[in-house]
Design a protein around this ligand. Structure first.
Ligand SMILES: Nc1ncnc2c1ncn2[C@@H]1O[C@H](COP(=O)(O)OP(=O)(O)OP(=O)(O)O)[C@@H](O)[C@H]1O
Length: 280
């Protein structure tokens, strides 16, 4: 059984004319890492909101078709129960921080407290996750007085500490510098290795190329392309749908156009180097 099953799903937000999602059918399998890319307004965040149950439980509007999470229709899920199954890191860390806690420690512990986790266990989990996200030196700080990048790490820590089987992560690195971005992808990689199902919306295509198993390209509320990462990210047609190709793929196509093709189009630097070296 697929973890998430979408059958002919369309959705329109209240008071809007156009559908934000149009006739989407797709299965997300357990334990895989999915990257969602594509043009602004293409429906990426709305798709995440749907899987996470915010559509239709929080955002009303008009939902057609079936969305099944672990075989149960999204309309029948209780939102609190669903959030114990699916962690969601929002695009904007300012939205995610509760605003009611005075220290980073309390903020990260909030979800665990709500689940009734024993105090000792909370201390251990929060301490570990704060170390992992390199915010252990901020543990006593007020989350409302942190920078955007620091808040993003705190938001991420709060979700990771919940140890949900599935994670939806919407542009987790939008506030981070290159080092922070690499750290976050390193953490996502660790999470993937622990067999979690991950859906990541991200514009940093070179990172997507390195880590994801499958890619969805969204455009105008539909899935324009989907498939294994290499197949999708080496296809220049995705650029007509507001998605970028990785630098290595652009280079591979440029070599082919110059009459000096590589054995295949690479999508990462580590794939490109031996192909260039081996070229006669
Ligand atoms: N809360 C909302 N109310 C009404 N319309 C919305 C709402 N959120 C998104 N939309 C509309 O739904 C469509 C899809 O938006 P969505 O945010 O899902 O796209 P996206 O691919 O995530 O874009 P971006 O890359 O800019 O974050 C857009 O036309 C957008 O204007």
């Amino acid at each position: 059984m697929a973890k998430i099953e979408l059958n002919d799903v369309s959705y329109k937000y209240p008071y809007t004319k156009n559908q934000a999602l149009r006739k989407i059918s797709y299965n997300f399998e357990s334990g895989k890492f999915y990257g969602i890319i594509g043009e602004n307004g293409g429906g990426k965040t709305t798709l995440c909101n749907l899987i996470r149950g915010l559509v239709p439980h929080f955002y009303k509007g008009k939902l057609k078709g079936d969305v099944l999470v672990d075989g149960t229709d999204i309309r029948d899920w209780n939102l609190d129960e669903l959030s114990a199954q699916i962690g969601y890191v929002f695009q904007n860390p300012f939205t995610q921080i509760s605003g009611i806690k005075e220290t980073v420690f309390e903020e990260v512990a909030l979800g665990l407290e709500n689940l009734g986790v024993p105090k000792e266990e909370i201390i251990e989990k929060v301490t570990n996750v704060c170390k992992l996200l390199k915010i252990d030196d901020l543990i006593e700080n007020n989350p409302n007085e942190l920078s955007g990048g620091q808040r993003q790490r705190v938001a991420f820590a709060s979700i990771i500490s919940m140890e949900t089987e599935m994670l939806i992560i919407d542009e987790p690195t939008s506030q981070l510098d290159p080092e922070g971005t690499r750290d976050v992808f390193g953490i996502i990689k660790t999470l993937k290795e622990s067999n979690k199902t991950i859906i990541l919306v991200e514009h940093k295509i070179d990172m997507i190329a390195e880590y994801c198993d499958e890619i969805l390209v969204m455009s105008k509320g539909s899935i324009a392309f989907s498939g294994p990462t290499h197949e999708i990210l080496s296809n220049p047609e995705i650029m007509e749908y507001g998605a970028m190709m990785p630098q290595s793929a652009i280079f591979g196509h440029a070599m082919a156009d110059a009459g000096k093709p590589l054995a295949r189009i690479p999508i990462t630097l580590s794939e490109a180097v031996p192909l260039v070296k081996d070229r006669r």
